[in-house]
Design a protein around this ligand. Structure first.
Ligand code: SAM
Ligand code: SF4
Ligand code: F3S
Length: 456
């Protein structure tokens, strides 16, 4: 165990007051949550925070490796920081997150980016104080990618929002979908103890948080690593009993493990959002087999039908990959048909990105990048048609919305998410941000609905 208290107080006395840190997280919400923990450590060491990297004395990039484009962005940013470092020689630059867990990337950082002082692994936030102290004392490059911590208990965090909080319930992934780097960079599944999660959510509710997002790569396998532990549906029921006015969301839910018990819990628990993110990835059972997703499209549809038999308008969203190696035109058509059939309220679609070290990286791929781009555009077109039609169902209804900011293009309007995860825009005062309001829906578009605040 590291003597972090000593390192932290040494840093605090070394840096004095007024030092600023810039921490930027890329990728999924689990990474954003890690970024909040990194900020928690830095706050204790005496740092303030800035959103402007040119003002920072310490820069930490918390990286994502899920697609090549995410890595390229980070390399671009680190490259541009060379100049910043020349202008401010005392500046410390650290790279954390999923990119550091791939040895060829870590080697590239060390070889080609001498401006980087610290490399920190995905489970090594507790090593940050020692590395930072070394860098402040001019000890040169420091790296620690050991798997130390998963923060089962409470950890000080500097949360991005004062009303929406992410709570990781598990770490890692066991699924090894053939395209995906996550199991290689985040290790095997480890569930947090239910008592720790319950205590954290109870505290967040007391602190006035209105949205609690439970996070895991596959929340449905929560507790599989406990001997007689709690399952995810049981955890939802337990969290639903915590007093307070808040909504519970979760992601991601792997379709192979989305059980009838999960669906019962969603309908039974008044605090659990009436929305399910159910990543399909492809509408073709043959592509799903090559992806190692371990469900067929027919099996996926059984879950969809079970949910929709209880609420025909139930909101579903999904992730889709376009252009998986050797995806045929017919297989892609099956994805378009799936989108039309399920009628998602929203999709998150990605062009397949080859990740070295994964099984799919070895697969032959005759589909051109141009063809993949065209398929992506068609998919987005079909989804636009689907959501234009879908969103009409809300007109005339009153939705409970958590106001979360001002609308970008309309002055005097606020934006928020309904219980069903639909974007809602409505006229309102900024003082309402962070509160639940009831909005009567009067109009719909293909990406949001609009309406007016009403009392009931
Ligand atoms: N664990 C979640 C699940 O199984 O649904 C997904 C987490 S992953 C960080 C988010 C999304 O990124 C995936 O659902 C998938 O659509 C996409 N993704 C992952 N690897 C990819 C790759 N190599 N190329 C393109 N998209 C990818
Ligand atoms: Fe990646 Fe599949 Fe694990 Fe999701 S379930 S993180 S897509 S390997
Ligand atoms: Fe990216 Fe790592 Fe998340 S690879 S998507 S930040 S788990």
């Amino acid at each position: 165990m590291k003597d972090n208290e000593r390192f932290i107080s040494e840093i605090a006395s070394l840096i004095g007051s007024g030092r600023l840190a810039y921490v930027r997280s890329f990728g999924c919400q689990l990474n954003v949550s890690d970024g909040e923990k990194i900020k928690g450590v830095l706050k204790r060491a005496g740092y303030g925070f800035t959103e402007d990297e040119s003002l920072a004395d310490l820069i930490i990039l918390n990286t994502c490796a899920v697609r090549e484009s995410a890595e390229d962005r980070v390399f671009g940013i680190v490259g541009s920081m060379k100049k910043l470092k020349e202008q401010k020689p005392g500046l410390i630059i650290g790279i954390a997150g999923c990119m550091t867990a791939q040895s060829h990337i870590a080697d590239k950082i060390k070889r080609s980016y001498p401006q980087v002082d610290i490399v920190l692994g995905t489970s090594a936030i507790s090593a940050l104080p020692e590395l930072l102290l070394g860098a402040l004392k001019g000890k040169g490059f420091g790296e620690d990618i050991t798997e130390y911590d998963d923060f089962s208990g409470a950890v000080e965090q500097v949360r991005e929002s004062s009303f929406k909080a992410s709570v990781p319930i598990m770490f890692g992934c066991n699924n090894f979908c053939t395209y995906c780097i996550v199991p290689y960079v985040r290790g095997r599944e480890r569930s947090r103890q239910p008592e720790d999660i319950i205590a954290e959510v109870t505290q967040l509710a007391k602190d006035g948080y209105r949205e609690i997002m439970l996070l895991g790569q596959n929340v449905n396998s929560y507790g599989n690593d406990f001997r007689d532990g709690m399952t995810f549906p049981q955890l939802l029921r337990r969290l639903n009993e915590i007093p307070g006015d808040f909504i519970i969301r979760f992601m991601s839910s792997h379709p192979k493990d989305a059980s009838p018990e999960l669906i019962d819990a969603i309908f039974d628990c008044d605090k659990v959002a009436k929305h399910l993110h159910l990543p399909l990835q492809s509408g073709s059972s043959e592509v799903l087999r090559r992806m190692n997703r371990r469900y067929t499209f027919e099996k996926y549809m059984e879950t969809v039908e079970l949910i929709r038999s209880r609420d025909p308008g139930f909101s579903l969203t999904t992730d889709l990959i376009v252009g998986f190696p050797n995806e045929t035109a017919e297989e892609f058509e099956e994805t378009l048909n799936a989108v039309r059939q399920v009628k998602y309220d929203n999709i998150y679609s990605f062009i397949y990105s080859r990740r070295s070290g994964t099984k799919a990286a070895e697969m032959e791929d005759a589909v051109s990048e141009e063809e993949k781009g065209q398929r992506m555009r068609r998919l987005l077109e079909v989804q636009r048609e689907v959501s234009t039609e879908n969103y009409k169902r809300f007109v005339g209804r009153t939705l409970r919305v958590l106001a979360d900011g001002t609308a970008k293009k309309r002055t005097g309007y606020l934006t928020g998410k309904s219980n069903e995860m639909i974007i809602v825009e409505f006229p309102g005062d900024e003082s309402l941000i962070g509160q639940f309001v009831n909005v009567r829906i009067t109009g719909s578009m293909n990406w949001a609905v609009t309406g007016e605040i009403t009392e009931g």
